[in-house]
Design a protein around this ligand. Structure first.
Ligand code: ADP
Ligand code: ZN
Length: 710
């Protein structure tokens, strides 16, 4: 039994060994018992049900709330040669009933279904008649009424147990806190399931938090350009307006960014999400509405331009970076305004008292987290009752230790200023009083006569603003309920005011010194290898276009990286790469090996790209056909068509001489390109439109004869 699991891992998925807990979980489920699995994003949850589903008799039923995710997972499984399908509202009736037939006949390995469909009596009835291997309940935290992803249909999933008492169930989530865990077990009646809790550490994510000194956008741009140029990333903003503005600004600076928020039509959102998944190096600027159900493995950074409401939210959102395990960055910038705004939102929220207390506590923990001067990862893990022995060395406070200073006296000045002005003013006014500004407003209130007037001249406005931020974040000051931003003293400030407790605050550093670490995750690719890396990415992209799947479904970055490092030259060597199973070896080895061998040949005998195009041109003029040139030069036919289409574009060759088409056919194809102009000149839609009547090389040459912006 155990060997079967390992064999599936090796031959189907192409991985050599199990990760922490995977083996035990898989054994548990294969042997017919229940499991509850808590594992961080990117930890490898999917294999925990996919392998048992393949290994056990019958169809594995996977319940997933996210349609986009289902399609992705099914596409990825099909690429591995696994017989998987999904049933959801996007399918037409004929397709759906076809899949139901396959289910009844037990022809599928896995079937993904949305919970609302599963719970219909019709579908339950169908399941009664089908051979079932297991039930996997993905995103199981959706049963939690306290969580932000609550799905009422999930509650009903407890009946599965009553209908199918002998079929193993496995519930999985990346949400770590104990109350949620308890709810999952209770609501899904999984009291007898074994609980598997993995460490929630995401060691490949570098956590960085910096203070906003009024130039957040510039800092964001600098961060992206310095460390993540051409990388895929997500930028979170609080409001729709800020999303729009930020996306526009990034585009104006030459980056490719798309907005995503609930105010956009479903169609636009869908389109932007699709582009994010399928194109390389795109940035999505979004409100928190974006992200759940995106399991794009190569998101290299997540940037927050606003403060999340809780550590759970921060962990979940930053967790969308680096699922593939390669170095990634969680970058956040926040300032006094964020703190005030969130506090106000909380105070004015209409939730009942119990909820409010919970929310307040969560926000307070988040604020504490942003201000800490010790290792961020240790603090983060501690929040989830996890433990990290040593400081991590991969967060801002570890990389550039924060200096602290005894701020007891200045804190007392700030707090007295709040008190002496009757707790009726906001930060800007309080700072003016401390600085002893000559202003009518101050005189009107008689505040030029009080003892705190002008006692803060040793610091400037920025420094005071940082102090107020830290005092609010540490809950020594609170923000008024009326929503004017007035500050009030809290109980906690008393010992400091009375001088019974000293207070150490962060010394703010100039941002120019901020860390430059984490520079380019996969730019660990050596300079000389970047040409190969690019060539492999192009090859992957064109295969992905042909198969109409996102590039990472063909191979992950990690597998491409291994190709760069090891430069396999034979099928046997290729089969040893992590992520290459039998099916992918069959489907793709040849293409990628050709790219690698091309690279090895050209580096041994370097030729500039124009030289190699020239060589093809000479051979073509000498009367050779594209495939003959390919054979002669030991290059891919697609490479030769690339060369030829470049020559057509440059006017060095006539299209009619290169392709075997009638004049009429040429016109028809050219028209098709123009009709599909909004596809950016992609070949696949045209290929499909003619139902494969013209090969890609031919289409590429025709495209070169017209002016299509690609
Ligand atoms: P999760 O659902 O927990 O976020 P996934 O199941 O998507 O994570 O897995 C994250 C990544 O890790 C995927 O790319 C997956 O193929 C890879 N992975 C999972 N298990 C292993 C393993 N044993 N060896 C190598 N890679 C693995
Ligand atoms: Zn650290």
């Amino acid at each position: 039994m155990t060997d079967k699991a390992l064999q599936i891992l090796n031959s189907t998925f192409g991985y050599s060994e199990f990760r922490q807990h995977q083996r035990d979980i898989i054994d548990q489920v294969i042997s017919g018992k229940d499991a509850v699995v808590l594992m961080p994003t990117g930890g490898g949850k999917s294999l925990c049900y996919q392998i048992p589903a393949i290994a056990r008799e019958g169809v594995g039923i996977i319940i997933s709330p996210l349609i986009a995710l289902m399609q992705d997972q099914v596409a990825a499984l099909q690429q591995l040669g696994v017989n998987a399908a999904f049933l959801n509202s996007t399918l037409d009736e004929v397709t759906a009933s076809n899949i139901e037939q396959q289910l009844l006949l037990g022809e599928l390995d896995m079937l993904y279904v949305a919970p609302e469909r599963l719970m219909t009596s019709r579908f339950l009835n169908l399941l009664e008649r089908a051979p079932i291997a297991l039930f996997a309940i993905d995103e199981a935290h959706c049963v939690s009424q306290w969580g932000h992803d609550f799905r009422p249909e999930y509650i009903q999933l407890s009946v599965l147990h009553e209908h199918f008492p002998h079929i193993p169930r496995i519930a999985l989530t990346a949400t770590a806190d104990k109350p949620t865990r308890k709810e999952i077990i209770q609501r899904l009646a999984l009291e007898n399931a074994e609980l598997f809790v993995s460490s929630f550490d995401r060691p490949n994510i570098c956590y960085r938090i910096t203070q906003n000194q009024g130039n957040a956008r510039d800092e964001l741009l600098r961060f992206i350009l310095n460390e993540h140029e051409k990388d895929a990333g997500i930028v979170y903003c609080m409001s729709r307006k800020k999303v729009e503005q930020t996306a526009e600004w990034l585009n104006s600076k030459g980056l490719s960014a798309l907005p995503y928020h609930a105010g956009l039509s479903a169609q636009i959102r869908q389109q932007h999400q699709h582009r994010f998944l399928t194109e390389d190096g795109l940035i999505i600027v979004a409100t928190i509405a974006f992200g759940m159900g995106i399991d794009k493995p190569d998101v290299r950074f997540v940037a927050h331009l606003n403060l999340p409401k809780s550590i759970e939210a921060y962990y979940q959102e930053t967790g969308r970076a680096g699922r593939d395990g390669l170095p990634s960055t969680a970058w956040m910038m926040y300032g006094l305004q964020d703190v005030i705004m969130l506090k106000q939102m909380m105070e004015t929220s209409e939730a009942d008292e119990a909820h409010k207390r919970v929310e307040h506590h969560k926000l307070q923990s988040m604020l504490g987290f942003t201000e800490i001067t010790s290792c961020r990862r240790q603090a983060l893990l501690k929040y989830f009752d996890d433990h990290l022995e040593e400081p991590c060395g991969n967060c801002d406070t570890c990389l550039t230790p924060v200096e602290t200073w005894d701020a007891t006296v200045v804190a007392q000045k700030a707090l007295s200023c709040v008190y002496k002005t009757n707790q009726r003013f906001g930060v800007a006014y309080l700072i003016d009083v401390l600085l002893g500004k000559d202003m009518d407003r101050i005189r009107q209130f008689g505040h030029d006569q009080i003892s705190v007037y002008g006692i803060g001249k040793e610091l400037d406005k920025k420094q005071w603003s940082s102090i107020f931020r830290q005092l609010i974040a540490r809950n020594l000051l609170s923000v008024d309920i009326e929503g004017h931003g007035n500050l009030r003293l809290t109980e906690e400030c008393r010992p400091v005011l009375r001088g019974e407790q000293s207070l150490y605050l962060r010394k703010e550093t100039k941002q120019a010194k901020s860390t430059q670490r984490g520079r380019k995750a996969y730019n660990t690719v050596k300079a000389g290898d970047s040409a190969l890396w690019e060539a492999l990415r192009i090859c992957r992209k064109s295969l992905a276009n042909e198969a109409d799947v996102p590039p990472y479904v063909i191979f992950h970055d990690a597998t491409l990286m291994e190709m760069v490092e090891r430069q396999p030259q034979t099928r046997d060597q290729f089969s040893k790469l992590s992520g290459v199973g039998e099916k992918k070896l069959e489907a793709y080895a040849e293409q990628f090996l050709a790219v690698i061998n091309d690279h090895i040949n050209t580096s041994a005998n370097p030729k500039s790209s124009s030289e190699t195009v020239d060589e093809t041109l000479q051979l073509f003029r000498a009367g050779m056909k594209a495939d003959e040139i390919a054979a002669h030069r030991k290059l891919q036919v697609t490479t030769i068509y690339n060369h030829l289409s470049q020559c057509i574009e440059m006017g060095q060759l006539e299209l009619q001489h290169v392709v075997d088409l009638s004049e009429n056919e040429i016109i028809v194809i050219q028209k098709a390109f123009l009709n599909f102009a909004n596809e950016g000149g992609k070949l696949k839609p045209i290929y499909d439109a003619f139902e494969g009547a013209f090969d890609y090389g031919t289409l590429q040459c025709v495209r070169a004869s017209i002016n299509i912006p690609i």
